[in-house]
Design a protein around this ligand. Sequence first.
Ligand code: SF4
Length: 563
Amino acid sequence: MAEEARDSLEVDVLFVGGGPAGLAGAIRLRQLIRAHNERARREGSGRALEPSIALLDKGREIGSHAISGAVLDPRALRELCPGFEVEGCPLEGPVTDDAVWFLTGKRKFPLPIVPPPLRNHGNYVASLGKVVRWLAAKAEGIDLFPGFAAVEPLIEGERVVGVRTGDRGIDRQGRRKTNFEPGIDIRAKVTVLAEGPLGTLTKVLVDRFRLDAGRQPQVYSIGIKEVWECPKGSLPPGRVIHTMGFPLDALTFGGAFIYSMGEDLLDIGLVIGLDYRDPRLDLHHQFQRLKTHPAIRPMLRGARILGYGAKAIPEGGYYSMPRPYLSGCLIAGDSASMLNAMRLKGIHTSMKAGMIAAEVVLEALLAGDTSAEFLARYEERFRASWAGRELWRVRNFHAGFSGGLLPGLLHAGVQMATGGRGLRDPLPVEPGHLKLRPLTGGNDGAAAGTGDVVRRYDDSLLLDKLTDVYHSGTKHDEDQPAHLLVRDTTICENRCTAEYGNPCQHFCPAAVYEMVPKEGGGRRLQINASNCVHCKTCDIMDPYQIITWVPPEGGGGPEYVKL
Ligand code: SF4
């Protein structure tokens, strides 16, 4: 398309992503500008600023893609909105009870003492979607653009000058439909990327500017969850349970979380390290197995499914943070690996990162200097903040589990006793897809890895992938270009079938990838892109790294209204 047909919009500061980091950053920037202008007026010194601030989000509305029944550490929220409790922040209630269980196939063994990182006294059970929508309502003076997917960064030389949003109204063959609208170029003095895990624009910038040079590779987990409405009065409010063991084997990193939320909602999920070995492991199926455990099944008796979702969790932490600044751009939150994997919490650290980004952006606007040299203070300040220090104390956590659960627990114990240093610092990690073991003895590409406990889905407690996708509210316009780009499908049909048994069929929690019979014999890859819940697992775990997730048309994807 000719460049002149594309509209452009100029703003001073652009936030990409309406999650905790982006919204906290935008709100903090407004607060700081207000305080600066009042000071300037009072003291008759300095100049008042009225920068334009915009925020884009690819979800249909702000909060649509915010998955998580979360346990929220309110530290950053309290800094941002000191009166959040009286101002009606929609938290489900304080955590009243913590437990950690070790599960075998049939039994549970509660740990006598909850390890300090998993203690949640003073924290709140929350629906992230509700909190994010509440924050969006507080974002006065900020132009919010939900339904707009940023698809590429605008780069001039070494500088990021904004983003391009995706075209709308292109059919699956790439032709313009009658409702075609070109994306727009949004140019900004500073762009803050807060896109969540494996952000599309962040990935482009990390590759192009080698922002990961000298850092550890990123490692991820996936969190798969459902929200259930239980019979009235059947749940103790504010109870938080974490588990280890069943349904995962001793070599696979992960565990479950079970949170009692308000209104008799039970949030149940399974985290699985995306560095597992068996290419036939079906992640969604493992989650279904979790619900069959005798300690868990009774909690769901008489319950009704309300929602489903999945999301990648960046677990590399402190040592895997890419350089989070370059000329005209900052990167915050999950996109920059700012999550505490030991506590399984990243909302508070993401919000803090967004708030620090806001401080640095204001200073840059006042100085008229948005160069990489100036913005470098963002990384220094984040690492020196309470959030950076928190990540430092757990800097080797996920790496400690590379040998399995038992060595991992040993490492975690030593790390806690040594302020994060552990037995070796840094502990090496490798990208998770390299851990997949090729199959021995060949494979016919048929579905496998279905485990040994659940073989039938009963549509009430045990749900298949398509039923769960329905409960995620996922919708995409079917007639649009595929947003899952597979560089060479002959690799899928030949090498991958033989070497790994097409693990995309098993790791995708939304039945997007299917190997179907091909005319003339053999199997071909079929991509059911409209099922995609945007978890990014395929981009992370594909053994040949030939899958790239790109944003579909803005507004498409899950609708996590109830989560
Ligand atoms: Fe997740 Fe990829 Fe499946 Fe979409 S296609 S749900 S991003 S694994």
